[in-house]
Design a protein around this ligand. Structure first.
Ligand code: MG
Length: 452
């Protein structure tokens, strides 16, 4: 059986890997499984209107009723699905991928992307010729869905508006020409912030910067923070589910730092609660959760897995190191505008500059590397490694995570999408992190050679 779904939905280069025909059959297959009333949304990519049309047709062809939410952030569509009790949704987006890509995220009735199991069922229907079409007299209707305004108000209802308004924060926003432009500036203004923006026109060619917000491609936002003397800068990815923060000095901070800030604040207000995060997350998160008397629910790598763990175990906060924070009281999925509102509230309440808040967090040196490994050797390599690694503590939630008494650790895991093993290490200083990575890189290479 073939595979359609990757780590976050179906993705591909448009009209090459991902054709209108293929997406119509995918939508019909997903519609046959979800059944009922299905919301459809899309990001601002140039190919998204084309895919929206075939998604709607595919859903109608199997008897679904379609609610068209138009152009909006993925979390806004997810919020509408759960809030209105719809049966599911299809979001046309390739998130942060380059402009020639597009894709589909399939969302279940609880607003979270469907599980791996459900994805496999959709693939089964897709590859066995597609679902049975519905008779003509059971074809249902398409109507509009206003999801954006209720979504913005929902976010505003989860923060202390008076406190944020009273702080008169200056905020610089960089939606990266993505759909966060439709939510984040309006929310920040509603919170009494004075807002300046860059790349705030939705444009599917992403002329402003790469769609993935990474510290190294946020020069425009850094400059805007300086020029507008902003208290904070926020950059979003293409479909608005991830946010990366720049402090008032113009320094960008990776997502594990902003997640740690949110987690610290969450535990101060909700003592003893659990926080879900993948095994690849920084020890900074682990430290603030421990200091706050909370506990971590470790998951495999992947935002959908974290969200699903939150739903299953009743966990109200989750996050990933790439800037995806899941605030359960709002919804258990990544939401860039919600994350922005939470950080604004923390800034308003604490009063100090954002650089000081980040400076209070534990800092560790991180090191990443990779080792090429043929797909068919990944599993055996992992098994042999498990026998040969030496560490006081070995965890096997996803790949192998080795922990040492000085607090340093390394994660060795096969990539789900590329023929490589990824190595992530974290330690008190760079020499130690580099040493751990170097030693294990050699070990992984030796094991692969011995099996080849
Ligand atoms: Mg995204």
């Amino acid at each position: 059986m073939g595979r359609l779904f990757g780590t976050n939905g179906v993705r591909g280069v448009i009209n090459r890997d991902l054709t209108a025909e293929k997406v119509m059959r995918l939508a019909a297959s997903a519609g046959a499984l979800l059944c009922g009333e299905i919301a459809v949304g899309r990001d601002g990519r140039t190919s998204s209107p084309m895919l929206r049309n075939v998604v709607v047709s595919g859903l109608l062809s199997v008897g679904c009723k379609v609610r068209d939410a138009g152009v909006l952030p993925t979390p806004a569509l997810q919020h509408a699905i759960r809030h209105l009790g719809l049966d599911g949704g299809l979001m046309v987006t390739a998130s942060h991928n380059p402009p020639e890509f597009n894709g589909i995220k399939v969302i279940a009735g609880d607003g979270v992307e469907v599980s791996r199991q459900r994805e496999a069922e959709i693939e089964d229907i897709f590859f066995s010729g597609g679902p049975e079409p519905t008779p003509w007299n059971r074809i249902r209707t398409v109507s509009k869905l206003d999801a954006l305004d209720p979504y913005k108000w929902a976010i505003l209802s989860h923060v202390d508006r008076d406190v944020i308004r009273g702080a008169h924060l200056r905020v610089a926003l960089d939606p990266g020409n993505g759909v966060a432009a439709l939510s984040a500036p309006a929310i920040a203004r509603e919170l009494g912030c004075s807002v300046s923006t860059i790349n705030a026109e939705v444009d599917g060619r992403f002329p402003g910067r790469e769609s993935e917000p990474r510290p190294e491609n946020l020069d425009g936002l850094r400059a805007l923070v300086k020029a507008s003397e902003a208290d904070v800068g926020v950059a979003f990815d293409g479909d608005g589910d991830r946010a990366i923060f720049v402090d008032e000095r113009g320094d960008a901070h990776w997502g594990d730092q902003s997640f740690a800030l949110v987690a610290r604040d969450f535990l101060a207000q909700n003592p003893g609660e659990a926080v879900a995060t993948p095994v690849s997350s920084s020890r900074a998160v682990e430290d603030v959760v421990a200091a706050g008397g909370g506990r971590i629910v470790w998951t495999r790598v992947g935002s959908v897995i974290v969200s699903r763990a939150m739903v299953e175990e009743g966990v109200r906060l989750g996050g990933e190191e790439n800037g995806g924070v899941m605030y359960g009281p709002h919804q258990p999925v990544r939401d860039g505008s919600m994350t922005m509102a939470l950080i604004l509230e923390i800034m308003a309440r604490e009063g100090g500059p954002l650089s000081k808040l980040f400076g209070e967090l534990p800092q560790y040196a991180q090191m990443k590397d990779r080792v090429a490994c043929p797909e068919d050797l990944k599993q055996r390599t992992l098994e042999v490694l498990r026998e040969s690694v030496e560490a006081p503590k070995v965890e096997t939630i996803d790949g192998l995570k080795l922990r040492y008494p000085d607090g340093s650790w390394i994660l060795i895991r096969p990539s789900g999408t590329e023929p490589i093993f990824r190595l992530y290490a974290e330690a008190e200083n760079e020499e130690r992190a580099a040493g751990i990575v170097e030693a294990h890189k050699r070990l992984v290479e030796e094991v692969i050679r011995s099996l080849d």
